[in-house]
Design a protein around this ligand. Structure first.
Ligand code: COA
Ligand code: AMP
Length: 635
């Protein structure tokens, strides 16, 4: 029997008591005055309390006898390297790097941007910031200089930590030109950059600005400059993580220290069913929220061994890599995005490579980051013979809004549903007037305020933007910007976004942001980007471009430049490979581009001619272009 219903009820009856109990799992330097403080906007959890996230992730485990246990296993099939750090070793490295940061003037509240590949030093730098009360902001390595510059200007970091390169299958990506380009573009200039030299492509350091990671670490170790944890307020920011909004300007999601620790610790046991000492693996990237919550903070807060994997589900070296890592490191539960399983299924449809590995210790597969399609879930269930658990959350929440809580006793799985609302979340499906819709009917998914611990209290230096983005449309509720329905058992089904965000291989991207870039092409008069269904990545962006009158260059050249421009300005992660030249874009009489209708045509879904369309003939023209491009069947 699952204890879910009684646990959810216990939270509903006494939300503050519920989280105060959960908070007993954390070591506080000073207890809170109030569990919850809110003025109807963002919630402040555990105000008055003092704490340190790094202390709870590392020091306390070492003090309690976990020093010799593996804390982090770096497994990098892309470089052929592996290295295990015990809790004591990781603490030493983190304290040392905190010394380096401190020696370079970083203190409480200062921002530090981390632009790092999947190497252990990325986690070390995050925890070192936490140790000092500095605020890290990790930028995913697949973003281009321009995106890094936007984040530099918003976060205004004192210092940037980066590596000389990242490694993708078949190519080494030099980070230094991207870093230099970003600093050149940004108005804010960080004082110092610390660069981790990697043997695949060392960088030439800029005198007076750049420092060498290894050299600085040796200096800190020699002078025993290893600062202790600095107590910060529970409500102080631990990090800012930028995520795509509806424009090219990303949103700086703020995460606090206290509530975040309480929520993640609770989730490790109750949602993921993990115990301290277990080996846990989240195959994501530290540049995404999954990496923050479940590569670094969650598993370490819980005393687990976490795996930091630098590789891909396929091609490093084959579609058996995941099974190799699970068996070699005795992983008990594993978390990844459905797209990774679709990639494996494509390479090894019969999952024949599994037979090469002993997966007897493997218990549960968790999927999130995009809709888990029933086909993929069924394939994984059959191949792995373990429960496959879909769960739904966002950068903003930091942990599951809906899940199947394995630690409380799993509920029956319904394919296509991430199961039920977690304690802390009163999830409702509503219409445009914020009125609940009937069971089974699709609507906007909202969460009654206040949001639970762990969720964003605000956007970085942008309280107004926070309220406008999340709170204003449905007064008293948080807008998830996801749409879907709830069935008669309270199971949620998350079907689509209500804004212009698309989900490409589990990565959240703004079509509005891509449109802003395309509009910058000198020959483009107007454009629209839509996310169309893709068998591997879930969705991929397609751009439709209307050219300026009189442009006499070839369509092919302009399309190629457009693709290049998005890669150059946003980054390869946008996976923008298709730009199509069209004569006109379909619009409503008030001038709104009918992106939704075009997407339905491209996806072969049923669609109705919008009553407000200005000129219905344009949809035929667009269909013709999509057919010619092979995106829609001509039948
Ligand atoms: N640095 C630089 N470039 C990067 C990068 C990084 N950290 N991560 C990805 N890229 C590049 C890729 O090399 C690729 O470039 P290309 O256009 O030259 O081929 C492009 O960005 C798109 O990357 P990706 O979406 O990862 O596609 P892919 O075709 O390389 O791989 C999958 C497809 C399914 C294997 C891959 O998307 C994957 O492993 N997904 C797992 C999803 C995941 O971890 N999501 C995180 C949220 S849980
Ligand atoms: P991100 O903030 O990058 O984690 O992306 C969050 C968005 O991804 C959500 O708002 C959803 O649109 C989508 N998403 C995440 N997990 C799921 C899931 N399990 N099912 C459906 N959509 C999901």
């Amino acid at each position: 029997m699952s204890r879910y219903a009684e646990t959810y009820e216990a939270w509903k009856n006494d939300p503050e008591g519920f989280w105060a109990d959960a908070a007993q799992e954390i070591d506080w330097a000073q207890p809170w005055d109030r569990v919850l403080e809110t003025d109807g906007g963002g919630a402040n959890w555990f105000s008055g309390a003092l704490c340190n996230t790094c202390y709870n992730c590392l020091d306390r485990h070492v003090e309690n006898g976990r020093g010799d246990q593996a804390a982090l296993i770096y497994d990098s099939p892309i470089t052929g390297k592996q290295k295990t750090f015990t809790y004591a070793e990781l603490l030493d490295k983190v304290a040392c790097f905190a010394g380096v940061l401190q020696a370079n003037g970083v203190g409480v509240g200062d921002r530090v941007i981390l632009y790092m590949p999947m190497v252990p030093q990325a986690a070390v730098a995050m925890l070192a910031c936490a140790r000092l009360g500095a605020v890290h902001s990790v930028v995913f390595g697949g973003f281009a200089a321009n995106e890094l510059a936007t984040r530099i200007d918003d976060a205004k970091p004192k210092l940037i930590v980066t590596a000389s390169c990242g490694i993708e299958p078949g190519r080494v990506i030099a980070y230094k030109p991207l870093l230099d380009g970003a600093i050149e573009l940004a108005s804010h200039k960080p004082e110092t950059c610390i660069i981790l030299q990697r043997e695949q492509e060392p960088a030439e350091l800029t005198p007076g600005r750049d420092l060498d990671w290894k050299h600085e670490m040796e200096k800190a170790a020699a002078s025993s400059n290893k600062p202790a944890c600095v107590d910060v307020a529970a409500t102080d920011p631990l990090y800012v993580l930028y995520t795509s909004g509806t424009t090219g300007q990303p949103k700086g999601v703020v995460r606090d220290n206290g509530g975040h620790m309480v929520a993640l610790k609770w989730s490790m046991k109750n949602i993921y069913g993990m115990d301290p000492g277990d080996v846990w693996w989240a195959a994501s990237d530290v540049g995404w929220v999954v990496g923050h919550s479940y590569i670094v903070y969650g598993p370490l807060l819980h005393g687990c061994t976490t795996i930091l994997f630098e590789g891909k589900p396929v091609g490093t070296p084959d579609a058996g890599t995941f099974w190799r890592v699970i068996s070699e490191h005795k992983v008990r539960a594993f978390f990844t995005a459905p797209t990774a399983f679709r990639a494996i299924k494509k390479e090894d449809p019969k999952a024949s490579l599994i037979a090469n590995y002993d997966l007897s210790g493997f218990e549960t597969l968790f999927l999130a980051g995009e809709r888990a399609d029933p086909d993929t879930i069924q394939w994984a269930e059959k191949a792995l013979k373990v429960p496959v658990i879909d769960h739904w959350w966002q950068t903003e929440t930091g942990w599951s809004i809906a899940a199947n809580p394995v630690g409380l006793g799993a509920l029956p799985v319904k394919h296509g549903s991430p199961t039920v609302a977690m304690p802390g979340y009163d999830v409702q499906v509503v219409d445009e007037a914020a009125k609940p819709v009937a069971t089974g009917e699709t609507g906007a998914i909202v969460v009654k305020l206040p949001l639970p611990p762990g969720c964003l209290p605000t956007l970085w230096e942008n309280e107004e933007g926070f309220r406008a983005s999340y709170l204003e449309d449905y007064p008293g509720f948080y807008k998830t910007a996801d749409a879907g329905f709830m069935d008669e058992d309270g199971y949620l089904y998350i079907m689509s976004r209500t804004d212009d965000i698309i989900n490409v291989a589990g990565h959240r991207l703004s079509t509005g942001g891509m449109e802003e870039v395309l509009a910058g092409h000198p020959d483009v008069a107007e454009c629209a980007v839509m996310g169309i269904a893709d068998k591997l990545k879930g969705q991929v962006p397609v751009g439709l471009l209307v050219l300026n009158a009189g442009v006499d260059r070839s369509d092919g050249d302009i399309a190629r430049e457009a693709v290049h421009l998005v890669r150059d300005k946003i980054g390869p992660v946008a996976a923008f490979k298709t730009a199509l030249i069209v004569q006109r874009l379909p619009k409503t009489r008030s001038g709104k581009i009918l992106r939704g209708t075009m997407r339905k045509i491209a996806d072969g879904e049923a669609w109705k001619m919008p009553a407000t369309i200005d000129d219905p003939a344009i949809l035929d023209e667009i269909t013709g272009v999509l057919v010619d491009a092979g995106l829609v069947s001509g039948k």
